[in-house]
Write a protein that binds this ligand. Structure first.
Ligand code: COA
Length: 160
């Protein structure tokens, strides 16, 4: 059974991430969402919270699980015996960063292929940082994130 890793910071998980995940789950026997602990992004949610926020959205995706990981992605992928890394490409602006990361990962571990999928175009402008900014300023994020994520954001920014 082919295993693919879907890595990211997921701070927080959005409907766009869910769309990519559902597409990946159709392509692979198993998909492991891998939450990067060593993020340069100073995440709002702890790795444990991010695992829980994603896990609650896996109904209908029996071949998906969620873990967190430390250190290099390719080392983690190799340890898991993953066949591929999957990443979402929302727009052309994602391309350069993703291209560099995929080539660097290939250099570090030639056996693990990176595969890109395009989420539905309605998510092309969704990003975790925009969602956090909107929530912080009291805007409605319910169209961009699953209900449990919207609730978690309201708990962090109750008075916004
Ligand atoms: N829908 C909505 N938003 C999406 C999306 C989608 N389908 N795909 C990406 N995004 C957004 C995210 O919301 C996020 O937005 P933000 O920057 O505003 O927070 C951004 O695009 C990318 O986030 P994410 O998909 O969570 O991934 P990432 O770029 O934060 O993850 C890692 C990067 C974790 C995969 C990478 O840093 C890594 O591999 N780290 C481990 C260390 C390592 O191996 N480093 C060497 C790499 S060569």
């Amino acid at each position: 059974m082919k295993l693919c890793i879907y890595p990211g910071t997921f701070d927080p998980f959005t409907n766009g991430h869910l769309d990519v995940l559902a597409r990946a789950a159709k392509l692979f026997g198993h998909v492991r969402v891998a939450i990067a602990i060593d993020s340069t992004k100073a995440p709002l949610f702890t790795p444990e919270q991010r695992v829980q926020l994603i896990q609650a959205n896996l109904r209908g995706l029996p071949n998906v699980d969620v873990v967190s990981f430390d250190g290099l992605l390719v080392k983690f992928a190799r340890k898991q015996k993953a066949h591929a890394i999957i990443r979402g490409l929302r727009a052309l602006s994602d391309f350069e960063f993703e291209f560099n990361m995929a080539l660097m990962n290939r250099h570090l571990e030639p056996k693990v292929e990176t595969i890109f999928v395009m989420p539905n175009e309605s998510y092309s402008y969704t990003s975790s940082s925009l969602v956090k900014q909107i929530a912080k300023l009291g805007g409605d994020v319910s169209k961009f994130v699953p209900p449990n994520v919207a609730k978690a954001l309201r708990e962090v920014y109750p008075s916004a």
